[in-house]
Each structure stands twice: as C-alpha cells, then as structure tokens.
Ligand binder design. Structure first.
Ligand SMILES: Cc1ncc(COP(=O)(O)O)c(C=O)c1O
Length: 504
C-alpha cells in the first residue's frame, strides 16, 4: 500500500506558527519616515554625487550573497545597504548634470501617488475591479488632453467614443488596432510609414505587428514632409501593397524635430490611413500655447500620445494615448471570459483591459492627479518654459565658442551640438566627457552627422548647472582639440615627407 504523504499544514507547529509579520505597522511608519527622509535628502543633495556610476558589470555579485537569506533580517540592515550596494551602481537621472536621453519625470507629489497606488494595489482591468482606478484615469486623461488643447473628439467627455488611456510606454498600439489585421492576405500586403528619425519603438511595433514599416527620408530640418510620403505611397501601391498607417513624430528622439502634420494629415485622410502622432517628449510642451503651432494638423490624427513620464513631472511609467474612436480598440482586444464580466459593463465607463495588450493595470492616474493638483496648469507651464529657456542659454554658450556648431533648431529642452569638422572629433569629445563623469550626455547620428545631445532633464536644473555642464564640455574639448591638432600636425608632416620622396 502507498503511504500517504504528510501535508505540512496539518502539522500544528506550521498551522499555529506565531511568527510575527516581517514588518508591523509601527515599524512600517518608522521605516517609511526614514525612507521619505532618505529620498528627500537624495534629491535635494543630488548635485554632490558623481552623475555617472563608477562600477563594472557584475559589481554587485561581490556584494550580495548568491542565495536569499533563510532567516529574516532587520530592516535597518537592509537600509544600510542602499548606500553601500545600490547607490554606487546608480546613474543619477535626476541630477541637474544628467543630460542623456530625455527628461525622466519626477516630483514629490508623483512619488506619493505611486506610494498610494502600491498600497491600494488593485489590478484595474475593468471598472468593477476598482471603480476609482478607471474613473480617475478617465478624468485625468480628459484634464490632460484639454490642457494640451487636443481636439475635443479625443476626450471621453465629448462623443463617448474618444478618450485617453494610460499605458506603460509608446508605439505599439495603433498597429494592432487596424480592424483588418486578422485577415492574413491583407496583412501580407500592409505597409506602414514613419520617418528615418522616429524612435526605435516604432520600428519594433512593425515587428510585433508582423507588418512592413518603411522609414522615409526627412528634409534638412529632420522633418517628414508630405511629398516624401506621397512618393512612397505611390511606389508601394504600384507594387500591390496596401499603405495603412503613418506614425508621425512631434519631437524626434535625435534632435527634437517636428514632422509636418499639415502636409501629412490630409494625405492620410485621402488614403484612408491610420495616423498616429508620437509626441512622447515634446507633447508636454503643448500645455504652453506658444508651442501649439507645432501640432497644427493634429485634427487629422486617429491617435496621439505623450509620455508625462518624460517631461511632465510624473515618474516612470505613465504614457497617455488618446484615441478618437475607442470602439476600434475594443473590437481588436475584446476577450470576455466569464470571470471578467460585470453587470455595469458598457454603462458609461470603459473597461480599460479592452484598450491595451496586457490584462492587468496599475492605479497610475493617482500620481498624475497628485501632480496636476499640486502644480496646477501654471506650475507645469513654468517648468516647461524654464527648461526651454535653459536650453536657449546653453545654445548661446556654444555659439560664443567658435569650435562648436549647433545641429538642428533648439526648440524645446534639447540642444544638439558638435565640434566642427569630422565626426571623429565629436566622438572623441564624448569619450572624454564620459570618462570625466561629472556630466552625462548621449550621441545621435542624424543624416550621417554625429552629434551630442544635451537634454535639460532635472526639475531643479538652474543656470549655474548649465554653466557648469558647459565648462566641463569646454575643458574636455580643449583636450580633444589639442589632441587633433597634434595628430593633424603629424599627418601633415607625413604627407609632406611622402610628397618630398615623390610617393604621393
Ligand atoms: C519620440 C519618442 N517616442 C517614443 C519613445 C519611447 O519612450 P517609452 O519607451 O518611454 O514609451 C521615445 C523615447 O525616448 C521617444 O523619444
């Protein structure tokens, strides 16, 4: 006979274990206060830290055991390890000396919003799963859309078909919302377009949607124009392909260039193509009326998205996409197993699971709501205008030094620049800057021009910080210029010698 396997739960010692929770509420409050103080000190004194980490791959393996602890540890011990183990490997994105990528949103109200979201911990896939989660998202995305002066059709409160939805990130949705995607022979012929300056996530969305995505050439301002789109559409139609989608960018990743929506929009309408606008970074600036001329033609779009987690004081991750006709999304994603149904479905509030690819969703709108109420529209406008002003100041510093040239127009909080001459000079300059470690920049290659990007990222950045960053760039440039003068000299001498011996 087979012996029954003992079930641990029937063992009294297991069942009646009196082990206290790892952290009780008093300890949570005490540790929480310490953590909030730590965070505030970290952010207020962040200038004192070297912006670039100083560690090599695998550094942490030397500091942390290979297995999780068998027995509980005191949280005070865990706390000590933040400075010892974590901080040395952190790149300080919120340092005023961090100028890489684009700004990453951050603000105290937003941090508090995420804390509350974590505590509530609901998974808001339907209205019924936690009504506040859905309803706050509907209201805050309408607030935000209205702040950016988006056409009313994009708002929940207008026709009932449009509205905003908070996503983790950008770029994939419009491809999957095309109503005919399930027909394989159509799919094989679909072709989407974007510019040669669009973010890599757009190309990736083509891969995920298993459709062709063509990158079109941009003009001398790195902007996609109507003519380039027209030519591509004609070419593709003559090959029997079906143009179905355009992703235009307002504020490209490389140089913050703007595609021409007034030219592109009518073409998309005429060709019955889906127009998505990726305004991930620069879209936040449309909260200021003086920048809205860059979105002229937005009325032609089917979907529009921005990342408040970039340039609107909200922590990663919070990307908002607005759609004029959400029924297309719902039709594409609607799966309705019995355990997700509820009696209030379809009665005035969306079930957001039909608006996205994953099922689960966090209570992200809390941080947006906290931030918007704490700053107000005027506070957000002041923040954007300050960054744009600082970018202009930095551009002026560059232009006062004849060794540099500015690439593209400085419109938002991004300045692209290079050392005049061959790309290799600017490549060397970046190596010097990163080795120095006091500031952080990344490069871009646009139309074969190697350029450095200086983005104004931190909320606290001021004119002194920009002057500091410029002084680091200048001293690194001094070294590179000398080095190139020396090699130019050697090269010239070698050329002269060769000429003298008649080998040239
Ligand atoms: C223009 C643009 N679109 C999309 C993205 C992707 O952003 P995320 O992955 O944070 O949504 C970026 C990132 O820099 C971007 O610059």
């Amino acid at each position: 006979m087979v012996k029954p396997i003992p079930i641990p739960f029937q063992d009294r010692t297991v069942r009646e274990s009196t082990k206290a929770p790892a952290m009780n509420s008093e300890q949570f409050c005490e540790n929480g206060r310490k953590m909030v103080e730590y965070i505030s000190t970290y952010l207020e004194k962040i200038r004192e830290r070297r912006v670039v980490h100083n560690v090599a791959p695998g550094y942490m393996q030397q500091l942390i055991p290979a297995e999780a602890p068998q027995e509980p540890e005191d949280f005070a011990e865990v706390f000590k390890d933040i400075d010892k183990i974590i901080m040395p490997g952190v790149t300080h994105w919120h340092s005023p000396r961090f100028h890489g990528y684009f700004a990453a949103g951050n603000s105290y109200p937003s941090i508090l919003g995420d804390m509350l979201s974590d505590a509530i911990g609901c998974i808001g896939f339907s209205w019924a799963s936690s009504p506040a989660c859905t309803e706050l998202e509907v209201i805050t995305t309408d607030w935000l859309g209205s702040m950016l002066a988006l056409p009313e059709e994009f708002l929940h409160r207008s026709t009932g078909r449009g509205g905003g939805v908070i996503q983790v990130g950008h770029g994939r949705e419009p491809i999957n919302t095309y109503p005919q995607l399930d027909e394989m022979e159509i799919m094989a012929k679909l072709v989407g377009y974007t510019s040669d300056q669009s973010n890599s996530s757009v190309g990736r969305s083509g891969l995920l949607g298993a459709v062709r995505m063509r990158k079109l050439n941009t003009d001398s301002k790195f902007s996609l124009r109507g003519e380039a789109l027209k030519v591509a559409i004609e070419e593709d139609k003559s090959k029997g392909l079906i143009p179905f989608f355009l992703c235009a960018t307002l504020g490209t990743t490389g140089t913050c260039a703007f595609d021409n929506l007034e030219e592109l929009g009518p073409i998309c309408k005429e060709e019955d193509m889906w127009l998505h606008i990726d305004a991930a970074y620069a879209g936040s600036a449309f909260v200021c009326p003086e920048f809205r001329h860059f979105m002229k033609g937005v009325e032609h779009a089917d979907t529009f998205s921005i990342n408040p987690h970039k340039w609107m004081l909200v922590n990663f991750d919070l990307s908002v996409m607005w759609i004029k006709d959400s029924s297309l999304l719902v039709d594409a994603f609607n799966v309705d197993p019995i355990y997700l149904r509820h009696e209030n479905a379809g009665k005035g509030a969306p079930d957001y699971r039909h608006w996205q690819i994953p099922l689960g969703r966090r209570f992200r709108s809390l941080k947006l709501w906290f931030m918007l109420r704490s700053y107000g529209v005027t506070g957000v406008q002041a923040y954007i205008r300050k960054h744009v002003h600082l970018a202009k100041e930095f551009e002026q510093m560059l232009l006062n030094d004849t060794r540099f040239e500015v690439v593209g127009d400085v419109i938002m909080g991004l300045v692209c620049f290079r050392l005049k001459g061959s790309n290799s000079r600017t490549e060397r300059l970046l190596q010097e800057i990163l080795q120095d470690g006091r500031i952080y920049l990344i490069p871009a290659i646009v139309h074969n021009i190697y350029t450095l990007r200086l983005a104004i990222c931190a909320e606290r950045t001021n004119l002194d910080d920009i002057a500091f960053s410029f002084s680091v760039i200048r001293s690194c440039s001094d070294r590179v210029t000398k080095e190139f003068q020396a090699t130019d000299g050697t090269r010239q001498a070698v050329t002269q010698q060769t000429r003298n011996v008649g080998l040239d």
